[in-house]
Ligand binder design. Structure first.
Ligand code: SF4
Length: 328
């Protein structure tokens, strides 16, 4: 293990990525590669706990990983793979389930929330989800897991399982440390909900400049600003919030803020500016994505190589786990 330690993070295969995915995960994934040995996993088995239609699972995996690679996640420095391609995770899942009290799982607020969301599909996998997550992390002996504050209880759950397992069978598993990361809450084009594909309030990273402009022009701004002459409130405007991340000239931001308050800039003018900066920001991404997509096997080759490297670590851990548990 080199650098500052080994990072593990997983993401469900959600297809083409949007600004929320970029600011909430991908940007951080790329940056972590400088200081950590990173393992990034497409958690397709986790996706099965909520999906009823799996038709697009393969395509969504391809599209998401293509975006990851185009955005700078580097398969030479990081291991990028698909969860189900390393079956040792399911072995570890079942072994860890033996040290997980049922009460821990049924009491979890996330489980209760899922039961509310999908009362007709309360499957066993949904209940065991946190155990599978613990298996994901511990199989690779990751000692650092980046999480937002809202996900901290999930990681604490993994740490509890590790402590319980190690107390009973010996110090085999690594207790991961939480790397609390501030993930901006990215709102959608409607300005009220979190950016999400299902709400169709998202802007894709791979969108063309024309598509970006079209989406940005529909964005809800300060609702109190009915006329161009009305003073605005940039602190409640999502165009302003997002422009801060993508502005080609960050020094222009304080000026926009003043101009908005004094009604010296109109929303249409500002949106066009933001759309142009957004399109320029992602121009290298679009070019790289188009280049990588010319070889339809590229993504699958990267994932096959990643799985091979992940399996080496996984096999070592599962062998140690089985020995410590006393399996013949
Ligand atoms: S001028 Fe810009 S910051 Fe102000 S309300 Fe309009 S879009 Fe938002």
């Amino acid at each position: 293990m080199g650098k500052k330690g080994r990072v593990f993070s997983g993401a469900r295969p959600t297809g083409r990525q949007h600004l929320g995915n970029y600011l909430g995960a991908i940007k951080n994934y790329v940056a972590l590669q400088d200081d950590y040995e990173c393992i990034y996993c497409v958690v397709d088995l986790h996706a099965l706990t909520t999906l009823t239609d799996t038709e697009r699972l393969k395509q969504n995996t391809y599209d998401m990983v293509l975006d990851w690679l185009a955005a700078g996640m580097d398969p030479k420095r990081s291991i990028i793979f698909v969860q189900s391609h390393v079956p040792q995770v399911t072995e570890l899942h079942i072994i860890l389930s033996m040290v997980t009290p049922m009460g821990w799982l049924t009491r979890l607020p996330t489980f209760k929330e899922k039961v509310r969301q999908q009362p007709d599909n309360v499957n066993y996998g949904l209940l065991g989800y946190p155990v599978l997550m613990a298996a994901d992390i511990t199989l690779y002996k990751a000692n650092v897991v980046p999480v937002g504050e809202d996900q901290a209880p999930h990681l604490e759950f993994t740490r509890e399982i590790v402590r319980r397992f190690n107390r009973r069978f010996g110090p085999v598993l690594v207790e991961p440390q939480m790397k609390l990361t501030e993930f901006p809450r990215v709102m959608g084009t409607d300005g009220v909900n979190k950016m999400s594909k299902s709400l169709n309030n998202h802007i894709e990273l791979a969108a063309t400049p024309e598509e970006i402009l079209e989406r940005v022009m529909t964005m809800v701004t300060d609702p109190a600003r009915q006329y161009r002459t009305d003073p605005g409130h940039p602190e409640i405007c999502n165009v302003f919030a997002l422009h801060k991340f993508f502005c080609s000239d960050p020094e222009a931001i304080p000026q926009i803020e003043r101009d908005c308050r004094e009604a010296k800039i109109g929303c249409v003018e500002h949106k066009k500016w933001f759309a142009k900066d957004l399109a320029d920001y992602f121009a290298p991404f679009r070019a790289r994505r188009a280049e990588l997509a010319t070889d339809p096997n590229y993504v699958w080759d990267i994932l096959a190589d990643g799985a091979e490297r992940a399996r080496v670590i996984a096999q070592q851990t599962i062998t140690e786990v089985k020995q410590s548990v006393g399996l013949p």
